[in-house]
Each structure stands twice: as C-alpha cells, then as structure tokens.
Design a protein around this ligand. Sequence first.
Ligand code: NAP
Length: 341
Amino acid sequence: MRVFVTGGTGYVGEPVLQTLREQGHEVRALVRDPSRLRVAGVEPFQGDALDPATLIAVAQDCQACVNLVGVLREDPERGITFDKLHYQATRNLLTACQQAEVRRFVHMSANGAERGLPYAYFVSKAKAEVAVRASSLETVILRPSVIYGGPSDRPSFVGMLESLFSWAPAVPYFSGPGFELAPVSAREVALAIGACLVHPDVAGKTFHLCGGEVYSYKELLRLVRDLGGHKAILFPLPFALARLPAVWLGNQRWFPATADMLGMLKAGNVRPAGAPDFHGVLDVPDDSFKEWLLQGRDGQERPEAEPVEPLARAAPTRELYIPRIEDFPPGELPGAGEKTS
Ligand SMILES: NC(=O)c1ccc[n+]([C@@H]2O[C@H](COP(=O)([O-])OP(=O)(O)OC[C@H]3O[C@@H](n4cnc5c(N)ncnc54)[C@H](OP(=O)(O)O)[C@@H]3O)[C@@H](O)[C@H]2O)c1
C-alpha cells in the first residue's frame, strides 16, 4: 500500500520508514528539510504539518497515514508548543487525509496521555487523541512508553542519560511510588505500526506500547551507567528538590530536563491495568532492553558489573483511560467532536 508518514526524520521515524519499506510498502515522507531524510527508497514531500496547504498533495493517492510528529520540549519563541505540534498538526493531518480519502490513520500518542492531565505534554496528546477518535478515518492510537534503539545520533531518553553520565560525577535518582518505566524498542514500535496498517481488526483501538521488562528509575540508571562503562555515583534526591532547578532552568536547551519531563517520570511509564499487551495482539516480538544494553551500541558485548534485574511485573497502579471531549473546558477542542467525511 502507499503510506504517508510524518516525522520520518526522527528517532522513531527512521526505523519506521525502514520497516515499512522492508514490508513492501510505497512510502512518502513529509519533510521540512529533505537533507534530513536518510532512508533509501522513500519519496520525500516538502511541507510542514503546521501548514495545511502543504499536506493535501502528500496525502493524495495514499491508503494510510502514520503520524509521528512530536516534540518533547516547547520553544514558544520559535513557535514550538505542544498544543501546536501535537494537537493542531494532528487536526491538519486528519483534515488532509479526509479530503484525500486516506483510509487508515495510525497516530503516535504517548503512554500517560490518559492520566488526569497535569502536564502540558500529556494534555496536548490527550487533545489530539480526542480529535483522532472523532474523525471518520479508520484510526489506531499508539501510546509508547520510553523508546530506545533508534538512531544513536538523534536525541533520545537513553542518549540523554548517557550524555549526562559522560560528564557528571554524580547523578540523582528519585524513589517512592511511580518512577517505573517499561522501555520499548524502536523495532517493536516500527513493527507494531506496520501491523496496524494491515490488521483487519484494530480500527478504533488504542495500544500501550510498553516493553515486557519494567525497571525502577534507579535500576534503569544503574543499567545505563554500568553497561555504558560509566562511573558516576548515584545518589537519592527528594523529588521536590530536583523539580526546583527544572522549573527555573528547564526552558534552557542545555538543561537536561524540564519540570514536565520530571513530572512525567514520576507519573511512571508502564502499561495500565486493562490495557492488552500489544505484542500478542499485533504479533510483535518482545525485545529485551537489558539485552540491547548488554550488546552495546558499538556491537561490543559488555560485562555486567553487578546484575540488575527487571522488577517483577508489578500490578499496574492505574487504569486504562480514554480522554473524552467532556474532559476539556468548553471551546478548547473546536470541532473535535464532529465527524467530517
Ligand atoms: N522517543 C520516545 O521515547 C517517545 C515516547 C513516547 C512518545 N513518543 C512520540 O513518538 C513520536 C515520535 O517521537 P520521536 O522520538 O521520533 O521524536 P523526534 O526524534 O523529535 O522526531 C520528531 C519528528 O517530527 C518532525 N516535525 C517536527 N515539527 C514538524 C512540523 N512542524 N512539520 C512536520 N514535521 C515536523 C521532525 O522533523 P524535522 O526532522 O524536520 O525536525 C521529526 O521528524 C512523537 O509523537 C513523540 O511524542 C516518543
């Protein structure tokens, strides 16, 4: 099938383009800067998800769209906000896909978009989900946990930790309830997206893309430190103390985390109760985060200094939640409740 992919130059997008090509799809990529597109055999279309006029030509004659546009950090001075990139861009894409009669729309949200909306990142993701569900397309929503194993020269969570370990003599960890992560590989995500394009029974569904291994934040830090050959000391820091500098400095690009990122870390990033394991439904192999670290990004196997085991699969602390238009103040989701065809 012919698939239109947005965000194909990103950490997740590149493996997605590669996988879709390997699966035999014709792939078009919406790109702002064509020189950033590195996957052979993909047709670049220059445009911008915030410029609706550029989208219709890309969507024309496509049977499916995969939307991977996203940002982890706002930069309002450059017009980069969560609301614009997650919500407004998604609405623009839905409209273009509806006009071009694209059939299926696979949308990348985030694990946590369902919780009580305390963070701007999650609010924008939840708003976009409402718009996606309200459209007349066959939609599938994916909510990944933290993703590893994409191109090492693109920003990522593990890459951010590794660069922190490369210079910091001591790195703080937080403990207490929450702070659990279920890392999922970019390969698992790409295979899940490929499956969602063709699966006969996924339209209207939401999948939490969470890996099978769950780690506390401290254990995850130990793994990345030890298997990356770093020496930094880990020390406990009360969460409220860590949040203060993030509130002051989080808008500086050199500072490793924003207050929202820390809040999302505290909220935890594991599969909620009642959410099916996507591996079984979409027939995707369950990769091991620890194995990936043990192999090393340079292909060199690394010895484990002191074994770190994933947590026993602790019972999830939260329930599956699907945001509704009623969750938002009146007028905040213009038109999201109306189906257009
Ligand atoms: N990585 C994770 O751990 C993770 C976890 C949960 C959810 N997600 C979600 O997964 C999706 C992909 O994440 P990622 O890590 O691959 O992000 P990324 O590496 O930052 O890539 C973002 C992509 O969006 C594109 N983009 C940004 N603004 C655009 C615009 N105005 N018009 C068109 N394209 C635009 C970027 O293109 P340029 O090359 O032009 O900048 C890039 O291809 C996002 O929705 C993210 O929220 C990621």
